[in-house]
Design a protein around this ligand. Structure first.
Ligand SMILES: C[S@@+](CC[C@H](N)C(=O)[O-])C[C@H]1O[C@@H](n2cnc3c(N)ncnc32)[C@H](O)[C@@H]1O
Length: 369
């Protein structure tokens, strides 16, 4: 009787209809995400950079319990993250190599930012129910301020966020650079450009083009040094550097409600010369029921930012029209992101900026390289 139990269970699982397997795999995904987050936070892939180590050695260096750590690593090994070269001795795999902080295409910062305590995302998803029941951002409930204000007052979370944007967009950045002839512009402003990951990639590919990374002062203070890049601090609700040929907004509008997104576009519009080009880089929600990353990042936006959303192409085009732009074309990239190219029109111009209280409302040049 005792022996027949596992067999019956096994038979039941193997005979499980696909829809049951689907539910189980989602639950498993949650457990796996927790193990991945902790392994990355503990820096296990970095510790294995020089070669395999016994689990007792890894436990000693991380302060973890050796028995528990072994079980976590054994489970991660079963999904291709770490491998045992000998009994209880673990080494990196091609996948876990991506968790090393010194790897050129490291995903470590993105994993820690998304899955580990203290950076906002983990806390926000724990309050997912609040967001769904009220429509309010979980961050506002937890911290009493918006996500960017939370980052400004938490230097460690701010650094994690900036590094995460760089790591999350490892595949997207070169795809955006390759998808468009940026070289036709003499100067490009990357509005809300973070530490300049995308604009630096563009400048490296187009040696005659100059760039400006425009973001909040505490963010551009960390901008990547580049001889053709100027780092300018300020709030895109108030202004943007004027006189450039193109204005790129990558992953900006999805952080904001329609009202605030339109206010950002209007402020940028006011700084643009009539011949300049606006280029949005966003995840577009498809109109149909198919699976798409954007439908999930939409939930992520909803827990993090009040009123934030991913949009369909139609919704973005409508927003552009409201703010005094005319959509010209949608350019696919070799990644999940689409570029929407637009030109300013004479109509639809409102007053500069919005009444929104921003964390930063006075223009400031932080770094003029
Ligand atoms: C989702 S991140 C995108 C960063 C960058 N464009 C990228 O794709 O990696 C949004 C950016 O908007 C910036 N931001 C938020 N509020 C801002 C404001 N009022 N003025 C300028 N930048 C702001 C943030 O600091 C952050 O770098």
């Amino acid at each position: 009787m005792q022996n027949s139990q596992p067999c019956r269970l096994q038979c039941r699982w193997s005979a499980a209809p696909e829809r049951h397997e689907q539910i189980l795999s989602i639950i498993l995904g949650y457990w796996q995400a927790n193990a991945l987050g902790l392994a990355t936070k503990l820096g296990l892939a970095d510790l294995l950079a020089e070669g395999p180590l016994q689990v007792e050695e890894l436990a000693g260096r991380t302060g973890a319990n050796a028995g528990a750590l072994f079980r976590m690593l054994r489970a991660l090994e079963s999904i291709g993250i770490f491998t045992q070269t000998d009994r209880r001795t673990f080494a990196n795999t091609p996948v876990s190599e991506l968790l090393r902080n010194d790897s050129p295409d490291s995903q470590a910062a993105g994993v820690v930012h998304q899955l580990c305590k203290g950076n906002g995302s983990y806390e926000a998803w724990n309050e997912f129910e609040h967001t769904i029941m009220t429509g309010e951002s979980a961050i506002n409930k937890i911290y009493g301020c918006d996500f960017f204000e939370f980052l400004q007052s938490n230097p460690q979370a701010n650094e994690a966020m900036n590094r995460a944007m760089r790591s999350i967009s490892t595949a997207i950045t070169p795809a955006v650079t390759d998808a468009y002839d940026w070289g036709k512009f003499q100067e490009i402003v990357d509005v809300g450009g973070g530490i300049g990951t995308q604009i630096v990639s563009i400048l490296n590919a187009f040696p005659l083009t100059k760039g400006v990374v425009f973001d909040l002062p505490h963010v551009v203070a960390e901008a990547i040094p580049h001889e053709r890049l100027k780092a300018t601090g300020g709030s895109f609700f108030e202004w943007a550097p004027s006189g450039a040929d193109a204005y790129l907004l990558r992953f900006i509008l999805h952080d904001w409600s329609d009202e605030n997104a339109a206010a950002i576009l209007r402020a940028v519009r006011c700084s643009m010369k009539p011949s300049a080009t606006l280029i949005l880089a966003e995840w577009l929600i498809p109109e149909g029921p198919e699976h798409d990353l954007s439908k999930w990042t939409d939930l992520h936006m909803m827990v993090l930012f009040q009123g934030a959303r991913e949009r369909t192409r139609t919704e973005l085009s409508r927003l552009l029209t409201t703010a005094g732009f005319e959509s010209e074309e949608a350019v696919p990239t070799g990644s999940s992101v689409t570029l929407l190219v637009a030109k300013p029109t004479e109509q639809g111009l409102g007053t500069r900026g919005s009444s929104r209280q921003t964390v930063m409302n006075r223009p400031a040049i932080v770094n003029d390289r």
